[in-house]
Write a protein that binds this ligand. Structure first.
Ligand code: EPZ
Length: 417
């Protein structure tokens, strides 16, 4: 297993380019099951989760060329309706193949994803929606077994805003008979990107990006070429890297409008953010001001930026309260941040962070994807040396982050444990 060694205290400066979005790529890859033919997806990040998704598609009968940047997916011969536990347990988003397999083959047997470090991550709303569309759903031996001659349009109202649930049912509805209405749908930009892909395949979708999405099912869909949107969470992570080191960084290839909630909070914290000719410049202040945040569904403050923002608040002037309202266990990074000398107290779903003058480098352990990022950010700001172990979590969602940070002047290297 690899680890990262960081010698902190360097101000980051220079240019960095954001890769394509992991959380847009995964459902987009899955959606190709709906449309037999050769799809060309570009701006795909080189990530472990992309490789896992490719493996899932290949077990279903697809042929895939490439594993990053430009990926060609031929789904003409998708004929296997089963996604095994071995595959789904490594990446929960694989469960999204259920609806497309049902729509394409009339049946599917997909392992339940199980929980993960940040929460139970149930898929009850996915299954409830598919059942409302006429699927016959059985849960046996940890698998979802589903059948449907042809799904039919339904009116579905989500109890909670669910990104995966919205994506899942939008895909299933694309080939259903009649109209499906998704109410209280999630509004994340990744959903809008998926809707663009489905529309390119010939689907009829209105309202993606709002909380009510109407899908009029069609008989068949065809292959598509699509350039994946930039990864807004990777972009936000680099913005905080600039802020936490008091640096001056220019970020290329990001869409600033996807991060309004984060931008407003960073500006409240004294960070200077300007956007000129599609290059976002981020300058960290001498002293960070403390700011409270509450994570919310988009366009609220993204839960995927909570851990990174907490690292920034560890060296802010004053106290900040960070409330995590999306997942029930997304403070795993706190115990590791305390090892840097941070002052954080958790009460229920809120953490109170009292800023300290300096963090001091320490050996720490990554527990989940975004927690790993927050430990790297703390290491960049801390004095002396930080070692981050178990960085396989990091490789799921960040493309060569150590190279990109080194390109900005960070003293960071990857070594074998
Ligand atoms: C997506 O996960 C993202 N993953 C997550 O990013 C992100 O944190 C999350 O959306 C929220 O924005 C991908 O897109 C691959 P949800 P998802 O369904 O779809 C509850 C990262 O770091 N819920 O929006 O699984 C659920 O328990 C990852 O890149 C149900 O109760 O999230 C949670 O509390 C981490 N029943 C809330 O909804 C359901 O059927 C939001 O979950 C579905 C969800």
């Amino acid at each position: 297993m690899d680890k990262l060694i960081i010698h902190g205290g360097k101000k980051l400066a220079g240019e960095v380019t954001v890769s394509g979005s992991k959380n847009a790529s995964l459902p987009i890859f899955v959606s190709t099951i709906l449309a037999p033919g050769v799809h060309e997806i570009s701006n795909v990040p080189f990530l472990r989760d992309i490789n896992t998704t490719i493996k899932v598609l290949e077990t279903l009968g697809a042929r895939v060329e490439g594993n990053g940047n430009v990926v060609r997916i031929d789904t003409s011969r998708v004929d296997n309706h089963e996604a095994t536990y071995e595959l789904v347990k490594t990446m929960r988003a694989s469960v999204l193949v259920l609806g497309p397999l049902l729509a394409r083959l009339g049946k599917a047997r997909v392992s339940l994803p199980g929980g993960c470090a940040i929460g139970a991550r149930p898929i009850n709303l996915h299954l409830k929606g598919l059942a409302a569309m006429g699927a016959d759903i059985n849960l046996t031996h940890g698998y979802v077994e589903a059948r449907a001659k042809r799904l039919k349009g339904a009116r579905i109202n989500f109890d909670v805003s669910t990104v995966g649930g919205t994506e899942h049912l939008m895909m299933a509805a694309a080939l259903a008979k009649g109209e499906t209405i998704l109410e209280n749908a999630a509004r994340e930009p990744e959903i809008t990107d998926l809707a663009a892909v489905l529309t390119g395949m010939g689907a009829r979708i209105e309202g993606a990006g709002t909380d009510t999405i109407r899908i009029t099912g069609v008989k068949e869909l065809g292959p598509v070429s699509h350039r994946v949107m930039p990864d807004r969470i990777e972009a936000g992570t680099f913005m905080i890297a600039a802020a936490i080191t008091g640096g001056d960084v220019r970020i290329h290839g990001m869409q600033l409008e996807h991060l309004d909630a984060l931008v407003f909070k960073l500006q409240d914290a004294g960070v200077e953010i300007t956007n000129k000719d599609n290059v976002v410049r981020v300058r960290g202040p001498r002293k960070i001001k403390s700011v409270n945040i509450k994570t919310r569904p988009y366009p609220g403050f993204p839960t995927d930026m909570q851990a990174q923002f907490m690292a920034l608040m560890c060296i802010a002037d004053g106290a900040s309260v960070i409330s995590e309202n999306i997942f029930e266990n997304r403070f795993m990074h706190v115990s590791e941040l305390l090892r840097f000398g941070a002052d954080i107290v958790i009460e229920g779903n809120s953490a109170t962070v009292k800023g300290v003058k300096r963090l001091s480098g320490a050996p720490v352990m990554a527990t989940d994807l975004r927690a790993s990022a927050s430990l790297i950010l703390a290491g960049l700001a801390a004095d002396n040396t930080t070692e981050v172990s178990r960085i396989y979590h990091l490789d799921r969602g960040y493309e060569s982050i150590e190279k990109k940070l080194a390109g900005l002047g960070a003293d960071i290297q990857r070594v074998k444990e």
